[in-house]
Design a protein around this ligand. Sequence first.
Ligand code: 7TS
Length: 399
Amino acid sequence: MMEVYLDNNATTKVDPIVYEEMKPFLTDVYGNPNSLHKFGAGTHKKMAEALDYLYEGINANDADDIIITANATESINTVLKGIWIDKILYGDKKHIITSEVEHPATTAACRFLESQGVAVTYLGVNEEGIVEAQSVKDAIKDETALVSIMWANNETGKIFPIAEIGAICKEAGVPFHTDGTQAIGKFKADVQACNVDYMSFSAHKFHGPKGVGGLYVRKGYQLTPLLHGGEQMGGLRAGTVDVASMIGMGFAMKLATSPMALAYEENHVKKLRDKLEAAILEMPETIVIGGTSNRTPNTTLISIRGVEGESMLWDLNQNTIGASTGSACASEDLEANPVMNAFGSDSELAHTGVRFSLSRFNTEEEIDYAIVEIKKAIIRLRNLSSSYAYTPASHASGL
Ligand code: 7TS
């Protein structure tokens, strides 16, 4: 049986080229970069190179900071809790603006801040699944300490109007954080062009290793750190950096953000996603959640009426196809997907979303195999479903 991995928004495989770059720093060149002897110094050149790739990949200014963290979750927490300490606890602001469809790294941190007395506005999405820039503008008040809106949604792939939101925040003088975790490598995420002050990301979403991420901090926007300790990262994030992973992240960034790689996403990956999506939509009573406009090239979130998302995943897993019902981070409980709820979907629809997310490593043969198996699974599961009755339309399509 062919193995088809279609859950790249949860994580991606490390590109073998990236792994080759990392290897020496796990075994031969293992000194602590902060040590003064030659064992430590052996890491410096390659770490500086990796940092350069990170700066180039997101178009950061040399004077800005990019802090190496453990993952996007840490980066997001650093911003939200840093803002809380600096601007809310010890400042005169008390309000944060975010959206209803952020990753739990943002929403759970915001809920914690709410428990500490911070006022949080959760903006909804329009019928196309987009947080509108105007809604950010309308929500900004004198007390607003931060706007935190993701660049691309992990479940729908919807790309939010970050350039417009950045311009609004700049004009209002409000710091702007974006969770860029699903943006890097999908399209050009340019922090300067979009007036982004903070951006979080995780290497494992763009074919780098797990356990390493980054936080872009515009010059002058440094915050009280989350981790205190040694002087690493200029004191902005203490703790010995995972050298091999950081080097891997830099290299993965270079590969993922090159014009050639982005063109490949926009052509090859998107073509495969569209082929998969069109084939599933041939089945009756299937819809793309939020519609097909303004999406990352690799993602589709499809509701299949009458089929529980979890049953679908189980069935596909039997046929060695890996997909997701939405965020893996939220999948331990069987509550309706919050992104679906944000659309105001009816409760049955909210449980029937399946997310397929591709990468540059998927092939057309894999997609062809997945199409056949997904269609078979839909028929099988609908036959078992007590709530789904075949409609004339489904008979007419020969199913
Ligand atoms: N932000 C976004 C937009 C994400 O998609 C994820 C992971 C994170 C933050 C957290 O990343 P981490 O590296 O700190 O764990 N998203 C998903 C997902 O969609 N399915 O599994 C993990």
